[in-house]
Write a protein that binds this ligand. Structure first.
Ligand SMILES: [Zn+2]
Length: 308
């Protein structure tokens, strides 16, 4: 894990479709000062209001994660937050001209690609983290998630779906930038055809399609190219979890165990954890163990492709 806070080296932008509206959304990620965290900006509204990515500002987890403040909201933040968290980017200004982040291909890979094109820069300020001192757990309707003391940030995730292609899938993951890129970032969100039909008939998820989700009927995957991993489903749940963790503001270095958890329950655990000061201590790495870290951006040619 980085010892220094990190931001992007330069602004990068992309365009995609909004999951809710089906309309075009322009997204720009800009470097931000130390200790800013992840800040969303609605450039389509008068005075361009800001909304911080914060566990306490999550207003809905139906269909997608929505953050809001003073009546202004931004939806579908979870996969972008996962990419930021997975790559260890602490400070960034996320500008959008719509009430939602574009869904892209339903994974975090397009955001990883975009940010790698910008390059990262170390900001000289230490990156604090939460060290877990004792176990904290939440459960609800047969779902549960807990965090326990550990030297590494790791998650063991299990999902269960009554579907012949899923049944029970399990994945253990230790947070590491390269492993995130390779094993997690490409896993797409998934849904069932019957739910998708219902949503479309009710004017919801108008942008949702086979281009941005793995869609299953009762027996099989409907996407022509099939799955990216045989266990893409649980990998995506880990991706979502890392995005939710990004809203804590600082890494929680602990061992998470999740069974059928999702955005709502993850959020509940983080709030319970933060509200109990006996469960954690804030650790600031000393200057002697802070390595200098600057990653060079991609050559210009690749960067043009990343912003095209
Ligand atoms: Zn997701």
């Amino acid at each position: 894990m980085n010892r220094h806070q990190r931001t992007l080296m330069r602004p990068v932008s992309c365009t995609g479709i909004g999951l809710h509206s089906g309309r075009t959304v322009n997204l720009c990620l800009r470097p931000a000062e130390s200790d800013t965290g992840v800040m969303f900006k609605r450039s389509d509204l008068p005075a361009s209001p800001l909304i911080p990515a914060d566990v306490n500002h999550v207003v809905s987890t139906d269909l997608s994660t929505t953050v809001g403040m003073d009546g202004v909201t931004i939806s579908t933040v979870e996969h972008l937050l996962s990419a930021l968290s997975g790559l260890g980017v602490d400070n960034v200004l996320v500008e959008v001209d719509a009430p939602e982040i574009p869904i892209m291909d339903g994974s975090a890979a397009p955001f990883v690609f975009l940010m790698r094109g910008a390059g990262f820069t170390s900001q000289g300020r230490p990156r604090q983290y939460y060290r877990v001192k004792r176990e904290v757990e939440v459960s609800e309707n047969g779902k549960h998630i807990k965090v326990a003391p550990s030297k590494k940030l790791k998650v063991d995730f299990t999902i269960e779906f009554d579907h012949p292609l899923i049944h029970r899938q399990k994945m253990g993951f230790v947070l590491d930038e390269k492993a995130y890129d390779k094993d997690i970032s490409r896993a797409r969100t998934f849904g069932f055809l019957r739910d998708m039909r219902y949503l479309h008939e009710n004017g919801l998820a108008l942008g949702g399609s086979l281009d941005n989700a793995v869609v299953l009927d009762n027996y099989q995957v409907l996407n022509e190219d099939g799955l990216r991993f045989p266990d893409e489903f649980v990998r995506h749940k880990v991706l979502d979890f890392i995005g939710d963790l990004g809203m804590v503001g600082r890494p929680i270095v602990g061992a998470f165990t999740a069974h059928k958890s999702g955005h709502a329950l993850n959020n509940k655990l983080f709030r319970k954890f933060l509200a109990d000061p006996t469960a954690w201590e804030l650790v600031t790495p000393g200057p002697e163990d802070i390595p200098q870290y600057v990653e060079e951006p991609l050559p210009l040619f690749d960067r043009v492709a990343a912003t095209a």
